[in-house]
Ligand binder design. Sequence first.
Ligand SMILES: [Cu+2]
Length: 128
Amino acid sequence: MTVTTLRTRALLPVLASALIVLSACGGSSSAGTAGTGGTTARTVKVNVTITAGKVTPAPTAVEAKKGDHVEITVTSDRADEVHVHGYDIEKPLVAGQPTTIDFDATQAGRFEVETHESEKVLFQLLVR
Ligand SMILES: [Cu+2]
């Protein structure tokens, strides 16, 4: 009995300092997850210009997470129509005027964003 009591007493300061370290750690990590994990919805902005049939920047895959807000701005030097496949959003393009399409990326998958008159693939939207 006496031996046990002595051991417990000897361990107490160690345990106390361990608890302080743990609570300090837990505090900072929970604050970290609250900051990054709470509201992850971002706005993914894509700017595309079509001049003389050339798409700038060159078509690539644009990644978004499910729930992100997507904002696509397209400027063409001629009248056209832009189409976001899958989400089936179409908008007319007026020559020289930027047109913005914005929506929430609610479905996962790979979707082509293209023009109908010039038949250009502007980019692929990859939602996961
Ligand atoms: Cu289309």
